[in-house]
Ligand binder design. Structure first.
Ligand code: C2E
Ligand code: MG
Ligand code: MG
Ligand code: MG
Length: 276
């Protein structure tokens, strides 16, 4: 019976299945009509504490699923959403779905929940109030907003005011894709963030690329000096994980642990991970 149960356990694939994108000719003009809860599929990727190997949180990653047509990945649809000026509307949709999932699965509430937003979202007072309202309705959820660099220059004072408001309301700010390019804010010491995520481009080949190793080493040292958490994304191998551990990196995320997992499988993944 034990063997049978083990065999039935949800096995996380080593890589996210590459679903064929068959959607043709989607433009920013009709992306808006695709933005609804039925089409939004959130996948969650675990963040793991390197020294204890325990799960500390999950990051929600969006996919758009069009009935009978397949999945579209964010690198393809986020620019369209941007172009259509629908950033905030989309971020609200993601936040709603992710927070609902956490609300419905008490087992997940001990893990932080990270949601990606665009820097432009910080310029909308309505959006900021929406997030704060959501958080006050579910105060037990440790909500982290991962901030991705904006393509346009944005009003920094306004963005910083929004960040301050979020922090007062117990929401954590994370700087995503750190090291890749961060010119949204001209001075790093201006942003009161709590976490940085080193971009996966520097991490995946850490063990064979001495330049990347140097960048990652100094980023981890910087994070320690600034007393902020540091997350390495894109960890694919044990050799990279061991290097990061040696450098004093605290948290890792990547295919080595798991690809992003569809919402409906997350709790069973947690169960099987904990039994390992
Ligand atoms: P990100 O937030 O930096 O997320 C990391 C990306 O790396 C994700 O791609 C993830 O699936 C992928 N990844 C994770 N582990 C590994 C690994 O070990 N190796 C490799 N090669 N890749 C790995 P994804 O899901 O395609 O998302 C791409 C980007 O799109 C995200 O980068 C984020 O900036 C943006 N994004 C995703 N979902 C949302 C969303 O709901 N809202 C917003 N505004 N942006 C989103
Ligand atoms: Mg992210
Ligand atoms: Mg990133
Ligand atoms: Mg990225």
């Amino acid at each position: 019976l034990f063997t049978l149960l083990t065999a039935l356990k949800y096995k996380a694939p080593k890589q996210e299945p590459k679903l064929v994108e068959t959607i043709h000719g989607i433009t920013s003009e009709h992306i808006g009509s695709l933005l609804n809860q039925d089409n939004l599929i959130l996948c969650y990727q675990p963040k793991v504490d390197i020294s204890s190997q325990s799960i500390v949180g999950f990051e929600a990653l969006s996919r758009l699923c069009i009935q009978g047509d397949g999945f579209i990945y964010p690198d393809r649809f986020i620019p369209l959403i941007n172009k259509a000026g629908l950033n905030c509307q989309f971020s609200q949709l993601v936040l709603d779905q992710a927070m609902t999932q956490w609300e419905l699965c008490p087992q997940l509430q001990k893990f932080s929940l990270s949601v990606n937003i665009s820097a432009e979202d910080l310029l909308s007072e309505d959006f900021i109030n929406y997030v704060i309202d959501k958080k006050s309705q579910q105060p037990n959820i440790h909500l982290i907003l991962e901030l991705t660099e904006s393509q346009q220059t944005i009003d920094q004072d306004m963005a910083l005011r929004s960040i301050a408001k979020l922090i007062i309301n117990d929401i954590t700010i994370s700087l995503d894709d750190f090291g890749k390019s961060y010119s949204t804010f001209d001075r790093l010491d201006n942003i009161p963030f709590d976490e940085i995520k080193i971009d996966k481009d520097f991490i995946s080949d850490l063990d064979i690329n001495p330049k990347h190793l140097a960048i990652v080493e100094s980023t981890i040292a910087l994070a320690k000096k600034l007393k902020v958490k540091v997350v390495a994304e894109g960890v694919e191998t044990l050799s990279v994980l061991n290097l990061l551990k040696g450098l004093g990196c605290e948290i890792a995320q990547g295919y080595y642990f798991s690809p992003p997992i569809e919402g409906r499988y997350v709790t069973s993944w947690v169960d099987s991970y904990s039994q390992q």
